[in-house]
Design a protein around this ligand. Sequence first.
Ligand code: NAD
Length: 307
Amino acid sequence: MKVLIATEKPFAQKAVDGIRRIVEEAGYELALLEKYTDKAQLLEAVADVDALIIRSDKVTAEVIAAAPQLKIVVRAGAGYDNVDLAAATARGIVVMNTPGQNSNAVAELAIALMIYISRNRFTPGTGHEIMGKTLGIHAYGNVGKLVGRKGKAMGMEVIAYDPFIKEDAVFEADGVKRVGSVEELYAKADFLSLHIPATEQTRGSIGYELLMSMPKGATLVNTARKEVIDEAGLMRALEEREDLKYVTDIAAGIQAELDEKFGKRVFATPKKMGAETAEANLNAGLAAARQIVDFFKTGNTRFQVNK
Ligand code: NAD
């Protein structure tokens, strides 16, 4: 069996070493393609591999067609919108993510972004504290939960909305108030932390109406995906309400325009860095390797996302 790590943005060395250990101890071969600059390099590298570990790398129908032996793709991370699931499923290829492994890193960044914007992006002037403010969590999954718990620890009122979680106990256990609609969530949140995945249903779903309903001085914090934002609606809301702020880990398509027009009220990290910690790198990388070995040895498909 040959396992390929294909990472345009490489794992930390410690993670690569750990993956190698797991793969080789299982009796498999590990190949490495890092910092590739051309799709052709990826197409060539996948030609004889059985398993593929990726990060934000794009696994398109073309990549899948170039990998006749491929049986499993593991996205070391949470979002898997970079993999063509239909093309993989059509070939019987199992696609997995590594849920929860980078959540703490992303949650810490979400809180950091709230403090950064509340303190005028660390420029002189009087800022605000986040204690006592209402934090709305849109989607209470692995990251959302951790942001909720951290928000509680910072003295925030935490409310959340996630229609796919059946049990109220999930929210109650964290002392978080569940709200019944997305409209109620936005209308009450001084800080709205976005954690919905990018899907057909969520694409462009956060826009003008929701933003305009937010309380005075509110901030939308996006560590999810840029695709879930209706950027024209965001622009219009920021134009009409001088008190609104937008901070994101995923620069908008129109980020340069937003920066120019709204100055300190908007901020985007220079490059997506939510999961960019040594700890998250290691956790997600090792989990990906273990899931591949487990899949080949025992057929375990627990984390399959294209069932
Ligand atoms: P997760 O799968 O654990 O949780 C997602 C949650 O979203 C689930 O609880 C689900 O019920 C909920 N959900 C799905 N559709 C919804 C909808 N339409 N309305 C409300 N809730 C909905 O995922 P996670 O680990 O918490 O990550 C969340 C997202 O954050 C990922 O999909 C990914 O796009 C993004 N992410 C970004 C970074 C980064 O580097 N900035 C890192 C990890 C994850």
